[in-house]
Design a protein around this ligand. Structure first.
Ligand code: WQD
Length: 341
């Protein structure tokens, strides 16, 4: 009998890719999504990749009665991976209450319903954004978190604290907090990838849309930073490596006897690459010449951040294996499937 794993935000970019690895590893992903930041594209891609109908519930993690009915209907949910959240820095500055209600409220509701149903294993989607601009690099899980640069980043910090306090109170929750760096790429089948809604927020959709002609050019947000080529540095991690890390975190929780635990893991590749390096890698990997120009810095951008990933390697027995050129080639193939819309 395959263990059922509830994947909130399961129709989203990271959720759907993680669901594909859950299936491959012999688990039964049960998806919940309200399509506020996703659509059926990835759900149909996931069903093609797995060759299974994949159970899907449409709805919101803040809907307590819906969550209860899912736990009751599914009967034996073994664990929860919680992706569902709004994650746009700019939007969060405009709509802070929506972000706190949605991101923080849903986490509280989910934890309460899990406890009522005796489900303890909880993988939480957090972000390197909690580090702000670190004083030292690479960042480890012990690197002090900085005051959030946006309500979005603050919701991640607050959720981490809520989960930690719940564990410290003795409640039977075993939590793995996964701090993502910059996910890129797609499933190797090119049946799933990033599906931006409206103007993309992340670099790669902007880049591939510029390459395919959906937008006239890519604007590089500043080349006057204190980095080798002046552009910002990030830790870009392939989405399949990230998805596999979630399943390793789940296995870690399932194998731990403790009544409760709270562990944080950085999920990156452990080195930084600049925007201009990424552009060169994209052009080499795809043979496409990218139309880009240097523009002004984007307010709130961190100059450089990348991870120390020793803890995930030692505790989760996980390491990123895919290189950037593979990720960017796949992202390009996905954009060609999406076409010019
Ligand atoms: C990456 C780099 C930009 C667009 C992301 C997510 C955030 C959080 C942390 C999940 C930066 C540059 C971008 C463009 C550019 N993830 N850029 N031109 O800012 O690191 O934050 O990771 O929780 O939600 O957004 O990622 O992809 O926006 O930017 O030059 O058109 O690309 O300046 O250096 P970021 P990003």
């Amino acid at each position: 009998m395959r263990q059922k794993i509830l994947v909130t935000g399961g129709a989203g970019y990271i959720g759907a890719h993680t669901a594909s690895v859950l299936d491959k590893e012999g688990y039964e992903p049960v998806l919940l999504d309200n399509f506020s930041n996703s659509d059926r594209t990835l759900l149909s891609g996931l069903r093609k990749i797995t060759g299974k109908q994949i159970t899907f519930h449409e709805g919101d993690c803040n809907d307590r009665s819906l969550l209860h009915s899912i736990f009751q209907k599914e009967g034996d949910i073994a664990a929860v991976i919680h992706f569902a959240a709004r994650r746009y820095v700019g939007e969060s500055v405009e709509k802070p209450l929506y972000y706190y209600r949605n991101n923080v409220g849903s986490t509280i509701t989910l934890l309460e319903v899990m406890l009522e149903h005796g489900v303890s294993d909880f993988v939480f989607s957090s972000s390197c954004t909690v580090y702000g601009q670190p004083d030292e690099l690479p960042v480890t899980e012990d690197t002090p978190r900085k005051p959030a640069e946006s309500p979005y980043g603050n919701t991640k910090k607050i959720c981490e604290d809520i989960i930690q306090d719940t564990v410290l109170s003795g409640q039977p929750i075993k939590a793995a907090i996964l701090r993502y760096f910059n996910p890129i790429g797609t499933h190797p089948s090119h049946l799933m990838g990033e599906v931006p809604h409206g103007v993309p927020n992340n670099l790669i959709p902007f880049l591939t849309q510029a390459a395919v002609g959906v937008r006239p050019e890519l604007v590089v947000f500043g080349d006057d930073y204190d980095t080798p080529d002046g552009s910002c540095i990030r830790d870009y991690i392939d989405i399949m490596d990230l998805a596999e890390a979630h399943v390793q975190a789940l296995k870690f929780l399932r194998s731990t006897e403790a009544n409760s635990l709270f562990e944080i893991f950085n999920l990156g590749i452990g080195e930084g690459k600049s925007v201009l390096e990424l552009i060169k890698t994209f052009e080499k990997a795809t043979g496409v010449s990218l139309n880009y120009k240097i523009g002004p810095r984007r307010p709130g951008d961190v100059e450089k951040v990348y991870a120390n990933v020793d803890k995930a390697s030692e505790v989760l027995l996980w390491k990123a294996t895919r290189d950037m050129s593979e990720s960017l080639y796949n992202a390009w193939q996905w954009q060609l499937r999406l076409g010019k819309h």
